[in-house]
Write a protein that binds this ligand. Structure first.
Ligand code: ASP
Length: 328
């Protein structure tokens, strides 16, 4: 008890000693959903060759962005209610550098554009037309992101035009081919990598909520909400209804809780509980999941609902794990 907390003014400043280690735990990568397995394997090519966690994050996410069958990320993503596929992504490295793009159209690898924002501009976020102009200047190719499959789904949706986030309760866990995700209409690839040096980077990429309002941006490209990395502590990422994640600055919250001694799973659970507390009625019918990794190489996740899964790859594991959840 020191004078400050004796007076009841401030809580004791938490120590981060519990997160110190003599030697990095070895490279590893974790990511959201079953399709994270595909991303992890791509990241692993970088990590196992001694590459950086930042390169691993970009390469892992790129492969999901390029998969036309995945209707929640990159090309093939479900459009907004006016038929535009608008993508959000962000990236953060072990030195707390970060970059983000929001509402970017006609570019497949938006995580790579976010990285360019981080590395080539004095800014953190570029949005919409400005982000597109920057991407084209950087040599990214413009393509039509609306695939016939997603256009068909959107035209079908137009008949009722009811905005309704769908949960991924019955996901495709344990299916042989983990692509292309479940029957829901929103997901994100959130991926966290640790390299051989113990440096942590993370990224997320999404087409956001299907049939969202034009201009809507969720948590995924918002540093602190959809992703946060602090190399002293660890990193966290989220998936699910972004509005709820932004309201509790979820990923930053998870990292700060780990700093105070929470395990990754307990930190994710506490963030989920904040959502339950703030939105008791709404939280029953939506999905949000958090995923975290600490410096020691411990990982964990927690979600509002059944159906959230995450993929883990280390030198001796390549697995998809069902996330624990609150509403039984
Ligand atoms: N978090 C994303 C968003 O709100 C969607 C998701 O991950 O399900 O845009």
């Amino acid at each position: 008890m020191n004078r400050r907390n004796f007076l009841g003014i401030l809580p004791a400043i938490p120590s981060i000693n519990h997160l110190e280690f003599a030697k990095p735990p070895g490279p590893m990568v974790i990511s959201t959903w079953d399709f994270g397995k595909v991303a992890n394997n791509q990241s692993w090519k970088v990590l196992s060759a001694g590459g950086s966690s930042l390169d691993a994050v970009e390469k892992g996410i790129n492969i999901i962005e390029e998969d036309e069958n995945n209707q929640t990320v990159g090309i093939g993503g479900l459009p907004d209610r006016e038929g535009h596929v608008t993508l959000d992504a962000c990236i953060m490295d072990h030195e707390s550098n970060c970059g983000s793009v929001m509402g970017l159209e006609n570019i497949v690898n938006v995580i790579s554009v976010a990285r360019k924002v981080m590395e080539k501009t004095p800014h953190v976020i570029l949005v919409g037309d400005g982000a597109l102009q920057f991407a084209v200047d950087q040599g990214f190719k413009k393509v039509n992101l609306l695939t016939p499959k997603s256009e068909k789904a959107w035209r079908e949706w137009l008949k009722t035009s009811k905005y309704e986030p769908k949960m991924n309760i019955e996901n495709q866990l344990y299916k042989k081919d983990p692509m292309p995700g479940g029957p829901d209409n929103h997901d994100t690839i959130g991926l966290i990598a640790m390299d051989a040096k113990g440096n942590i980077s993370g990224g997320c990429s999404t087409s956001g909520m299907a049939y969202k309002m034009r201009g809507r941006v969720g948590d995924s490209p918002v540093i602190g909400a959809g992703l946060f990395v602090d190399n002293e502590v660890g990193a966290a990422t989220s998936t699910g209804v972004g509005e709820e994640v932004i309201r509790c600055v979820g990923s930053h919250l998870v990292v700060e809780l780990m700093r105070q001694g929470y395990t990754p799973e307990d930190a994710c659970k506490e963030a989920v509980m904040r959502i339950v507390k703030k939105s008791p009625a709404k939280s029953k019918n939506i999905q949000v999941g958090f995923l975290a990794l600490n410096r020691k190489g411990e990982y964990g996740a927690y979600a509002l609902q059944k159906g959230f899964s995450y993929a883990v790859k280390t030198s001796n594991a390549d697995i998809v794990i069902p996330g624990k959840y609150y509403y039984q």
